[in-house]
Design a protein around this ligand. Structure first.
Ligand code: HEC
Length: 103
């Protein structure tokens, strides 16, 4: 676990292939859709790491109104490749899980 975290932070530190920061954060900032809020809402809704990750992946790969947590929002079709989505979700999870523990 510590090793995984360390490797993640190292990757982020040297800016190598961090699909979460290069793909997810810029657009979410621009669209004012808080990734932090989404993270904790998904966590409340799905509770386990496995389910949170699987649901986000499913939503990103096959967007449909049924899979949206925020039903009131206009469906946004994330057209990102799986090679971006999978590592991005892992980084997303690690980043916010740590913040959640500190608070
Ligand atoms: C080009 C813009 C853009 C990019 C890139 C983007 N998003 Fe989004 N995302 C949005 C918008 C706009 C919404 C709000 C609409 C919605 O909730 O469906 C959203 C909503 C979401 C939701 C909530 C869906 C729901 O309603 O349940 C999740 C989860 C999400 N994004 C994850 C990600 C992740 C992870 C990445 C990176 C792999 C990413 N997004 C990249 C624009 C983007």
């Amino acid at each position: 676990m510590v090793k995984v975290l360390f490797t993640l932070f190292l990757l982020i530190e040297i800016g190598v292939s961090d699909p979460f920061r290069t793909h997810c954060i810029p657009c979410h900032k621009e669209q004012k859709v808080s990734l932090k809020k989404i993270f904790f809402d998904y966590l409340l809704y799905f509770s386990s790491e496995r389910k949170v990750k699987a649901s986000i992946k499913e939503f990103l790969l096959h967007p449909s109104p049924k899979k949206q947590i925020y039903k009131e929002k206009k469906l946004f079709k994330h057209s990102l490749p799986l090679e971006v989505i999978e590592p991005a979700i892992d980084i997303y999870w690690e980043l916010y899980k740590v913040i959640g523990k500190i608070k």
